[in-house]
Design a protein around this ligand. Structure first.
Ligand code: BGC
Length: 994
């Protein structure tokens, strides 16, 4: 290989070979290759290495300056270290006493801390080890891709392999994550880009409604279409891997900052929406990423150092809850064939998710049969060797413990670890093969050679730096080609936003509105009087600073159409509700006044004169590396923000002197408490419009005026108070003094989150999970349950799968990994090469390891295929008994047998009152005159088009629970299952048993 070839292509096509030279390549001590077992390696935490007391640097506020940099703090800390300490106190004895006193205090605190740490070890203790990493290539549906991948990987050198596993460093190429290529074999650098609702930092792309809005549509087709459109845009921009969909956080805590990126607080809803999105993205040739695995349920303390503490929070969970709630959507994603999974920042049972062998080796790769690659969240990797052995396949963005420092835990360190035997060659081969196989699996080998990213994440200018993050490299080139990728996706964005709007209250059928003002039956009374409408609240208008004024949308200013953070995208445009509404009424008969602020004016007429008032309010949240006001990612409470409650109350009081009708529109990242106004007599209608994306105003108008009959359903419960969600639902805003080195969060409520908690404790709520109104009325009848066979407790034994590829395990000579002579390095760029071979001694790691037992629940993508065998068919008849056509979400809930005891142990097994196991969105035409009078007892067919058959298939997994002792999904064979079909988790008119 010519010396600069690898380097040249890594830097992209704009690179010049005469880049600045910086030979100061980062080195980090390799981990002890004599560790007695892989289990021990979990203990080798490089955080102990030079951690310092770095404080986070404030964001510059510059739109293109992305993540906070620790650089200044590092320099400051280093400066402090360089100051020579004085050797003794000299004659000033008090100085010695002071020192002794300080030392005593430190000792006391340390001892206290140690005591507290020991005392408060999480209930579930440490995460169990699971080794070695199962190899990819065991699933038939990936056979061809693995065959091709193996052919390619067999030809790769050690550094070429490492190059594929490690990002090149923050801001070193065009995307938020970039890997190194293997030009010799025509394997490209991969571009990884956020995120779930649109392409972050890109131009000419769509800002779709957020995940939570998609969840609220309960429309499988739209979930798939959004994924597909997102994938097509990524393809147009040269993106290989989309960093989405998000399904964790799942929403354990309603105030969780990033819940809005996912689809709602239920594993089945999340799982179906995620799988549909993944299918859409991957069908057009882009690799999807199921993120964040797992239990990153809150932003506070999610990441080491981000919150001033040396360690991230530990989410402590029991095995059953992990399986039945939080890991469930990931199993569905794997079943859909997802190419990548992102492990999360937090610890799980005291082991970082990105070096947790139980999670990655055991659950993802063995039990769930994951065939793609696991990538770390950005700096979520906290160890080198331990992470590789625990199942991490790709380090993102390549930087190690500190942002943009150019010091990787892999890159040259991985090369060394393979050379000295700490990481077996076999493991590296598997890491690389998984990445290359995913690339083949979606057909990226068919992309033309120059398909790399045609945009830069770091500037909107046409010409920009090629290595933005390199202080000394000034090379520039054309970085933005402004490729138009939006196609007609605004139509889809509008449809999703409209269907994701949930109508929760509509008294006196105040909605839909009439474009001519007075409704037909009112017109006779009102004569020529104009209908007067007032529009209130800042959330109705655009931000005065511009729609993309805040980096990653991290401020709540003007109408809320997205949460903030890496999951947000720039709006190409944003249709505000105010302009859309104003355009919608007939000027001749309607007079519209607006006050798009949250402080009402002194002049009362603006309210008193109105026949109808529409008032807007919102609640925002986002990712924890940014904050708005005092909201640091997670919300501080579940109330409306910016005085929203008072605004609505005042509007209701004043509107038409208390007689005007009030319609409330809420844009929100999740549940909000509505109690301060929901029962006010003139608050006639309330719409939860979630986060609608760029088509906000248009979609809202579609619903308000009835062009779209509302069919959104709540993807979470709206309680009467935050306390009603239970103690486990509270964000941990402060570390507890007894937490030890990292904040501890015990998921002690187990399975009982959101509606499961409300139902278990029979708590009165405002609007339940799955609830939403329509402008028409539906009726369900004729429940039919048919079983496909007898109940048997366990799935059939797991299939063995096909043979994964195998390679020579020979380790090359260290010389082959040295920087080629005359190689030009770009400062801070992460290369796979090593600078010297000194100290690299090949010592075989003691592999006296036992293979962890394979899971009986495994055997294919998503788990043992028999878990997905249909055991029950359920059908019902849905009739539209109203006068408008409409879509209805028919929901199926299962209750496992009551008072169930494990027949073998006699132990009682507790089950939630009911759990969602299926849903279908069905369009039903309006009733035609003269057809169907007596609905009850009506049968299928002959309904004049106003009746549809709805069917569900329930699988073994749907009817089982995770048995911790058997480590398998077990179906209770005694007692009765209740199967309930209806309109929400608490409105279930049809019930049957099995
Ligand atoms: C987020 C990820 C995101 C990554 C890259 C992290 O802060 O947690 O969801 O994909 O940044 O932007």
């Amino acid at each position: 290989m010519p010396p600069t070839e690898l380097h040249d292509l890594r830097r992209g096509k704009y690179a010049k070979i005469d880049a600045a030279v910086d030979d100061d390549s980062p080195t980090r001590p390799s981990f002890d290759s004599n560790a007695s077992s892989y289990e021990d390696l979990e203990e080798y935490d490089p955080l102990n290495y030079d951690a310092g007391t770095l404080k986070r640097k404030k964001s510059t506020g510059d739109l293109r300056t992305r993540k906070p940099s620790y650089k200044d703090a590092e320099i400051a800390a280093a400066g402090r270290l360089r100051q020579k300490p004085s050797r003794n106190c000299g004659p000033r004895q008090w100085c010695c006493w002071l020192l002794i006193f300080v030392a005593a205090v430190v000792l006391l605190f340390t001892a206290g801390g140690l005591w507290a740490y020991k005392k408060t070890m999480p209930k579930d203790g440490l995460s169990p080890p699971w080794y070695p990493t199962p190899k990819g290539g065991t699933d038939k549906s990936w056979e061809e891709s693995y065959r091709k991948a193996a052919e390619l990987v067999k030809q790769m050198t050690l550094v070429e392999k490492v190059n594929i596993t490690t990002g090149t460093g923050w801001q070193m190429q065009m995307c938020v994550g970039n890997t190194g290529p293997v030009p010799r074999l025509k394997f490209p650098a991969l571009c990884l880009q956020d995120g779930p609702l649109g392409l972050r930092f890109a131009d000419n792309t769509t800002a779709f409604p957020a995940g939570i809005t998609v969840g609220a549509t309960w429309n499988k087709e739209l979930m798939y279409e959004r994924g597909k459109a997102h994938g097509k845009e990524a393809r147009m921009k040269g993106i290989n891997v989309i960093l989405g969909p998000a399904m964790g956080p799942l929403g354990r805590m309603p105030a969780g900052g990033r819940n809005w990126e996912g689809f709602g607080t239920d594993p089945v809803l999340q799982g179906i929406a995620a799988a549909q999105t993944i299918k859409g993205i991957q069908e057009v040739g882009v690799i999807a990423t199921a993120k964040h695995f797992v239990l990153n349920e809150q932003e506070h303390f999610r990441q080491a150092w981000e919150w001033g503490l040396p360690h991230a929070i530990s989410s402590n969970i029991d095995d059953r809850t992990l399986h039945e709630i939080y890991a469930w959507p990931f199993a569905e994603s794997i079943r859909a064939g997802v190419g990548s999974i992102m492990c999360s920042y937090n610890q799980v049972n005291s082991s970082y998710a990105c070096q947790n062998s139980k999670l990655m080796n055991g659950i993802l790769k063995d039990e769930m049969g994951f065939q793609g690659f696991v990538q770390s969240d950005w700096l979520a990797q906290r160890a080198g060797v331990a992470a590789s052995l625990a199942g991490l396949d790709m380090s993102m963005p390549g930087d190690g413990l500190r942002w943009a420092a150019g010091e990787s835990l892999w890159g040259p360190e991985l090369t060394k670890s393979v050379l000295n035997g700490s990481v077996p060659m076999e493991r590296l081969d598997d890491m690389v093969t998984r990445v290359v196989a995913a690339w083949y699996q979606v057909g990226q080998d068919k992309w033309p050679e120059d398909s790399g990213p045609n945009f830069s994440s770091w500037t909107y200018e046409q010409v920009g730096k090629i290595h933005e993050g390199s202080p000394s490299d000034k090379t520039t080139g054309v970085v933005n080609k402004f490729v138009e990728a939006q196609a007609n996706h605004h139509i889809l964005a509008r449809k999703i936003a409209a269907e994701g709007t949930v109508l929760v209250k509509n008294e006196d059928n105040v909605l839909p509105l009439d474009r001519n003002g007075w409704k037909e039956h009112e017109r006779a009374d009102k004569g020529e009087t104009k209908f007067r409408v007032g529009i209130f609240g800042e959330d109705a208008r655009l931000s005065r600073d511009g729609i993309n004024a805040c980096e990653d949308q991290h401020c709540n200013d003007g109408t809320l159409a997205s949460g903030w953070g890496s999951g947000a995208a720039a709006f190409p445009y944003l249709v505000d509700p105010l302009s859309a509404l104003k355009r919608s009424w007939n000027d001749g008969s309607v007079y519209v006044t607006d006050w798009p602020e949250n402080n009402l004016p002194k002049q009362k007429e603006i309210l008193e004169d109105q026949d109808l008032c529409i008032v807007f309010a919102n609640s925002d949240a986002g990712e924890g590396f940014q904050k708005w006001s005092d909201v640091r990612g997670d919300r501080n409470d579940l109330n409306l923000q910016k005085g929203g409650d008072k605004l609505i109350q005042d509007v209701a009081k004043g509107c038409g002197k208390g007689n005007g009708k009030v319609v409330v529109v809420i844009h929100t990242v999740g549940p909000v408490i509505l109690e301060s106004f929901i029962d006010l007599p003139n608050v006639k209608a309330v719409l939860i419009a979630n986060l609608p994306g760029q088509e906000s105003g248009n979609a809202l108008v579609d619903v308000l005026f009835g062009a779209v009959n509302p069919s959104g359903r709540l993807p979470y419960t709206i309680g009467k108070s935050e306390d009603d969600y239970g103690p486990g639902s509270k964000i941990k805003y402060l570390p507890s003094p007894v937490d030890g080195l990292s904040p501890q969060q015990n998921f002690s409520e187990g399975l009982y989150i959101d509606y499961r908690y409300f139902d278990k404790n029979d708590i009165k709520l405002r609007y339940e999970f799955g609830y939403g109104l329509s402008y028409t009325t539906f009726h369900l009848s004729s429940l039919l349950i048919s079983s496909h066979g007898p109940k048997t407790p366990l799935p059939v034994p797991r299939p063995s799968g096909i043979e994964p590829p195998s390679y020579s395990t020979d380790v090359p000579s260290p010389d082959t990994a040295l920087f080629p002579e005359g190689f030009h390095k770009v400062e801070k760029y992460i290369y796979p090469y090593i600078s010297s071979t000194s100290g690299i001694e090949k010592s075989e790691i003691k592999t006296n390891l036992l293979q962890s037992p394979l899971s009986d629940a495994g055997g294919a993508q998503g788990g043992n295929p028999d878990l997905y065998s249909p055991l029950l068919s359920v059908s019902a008849s849905l009739t539209n008994i109203g006068t408008r056509p409409g879509d209805c979400v028919v929901q199926l809930y299962v209750s496992l047998p009551k008072n169930y005891k494990d027949p073998e142990t006699g132990e009682a097994v507790d089950f939630p009152v009911r759990v969602l196991r299926g849903f279908e969105k069905v369009h039903v035409e309006a009733q035609k005159e003269g057809v169907i009078k007596g609905i009850k007892g009506s049968t299928h067919g002959g309904g004049g088009g106003n009746r549809e058959l709805v069917t569900f298939e329930l699988t073994r997994k749907d009817l089982s629970y995770w048995d911790v002792r058997r480590q398998n999904w077990v179906l209770p064979t005694e007692g009765e299952f209740e199967i309930a079909v209806g309109f929400s988790s608490r409105d279930l008119p049809l019930k049957g048993s099995w």
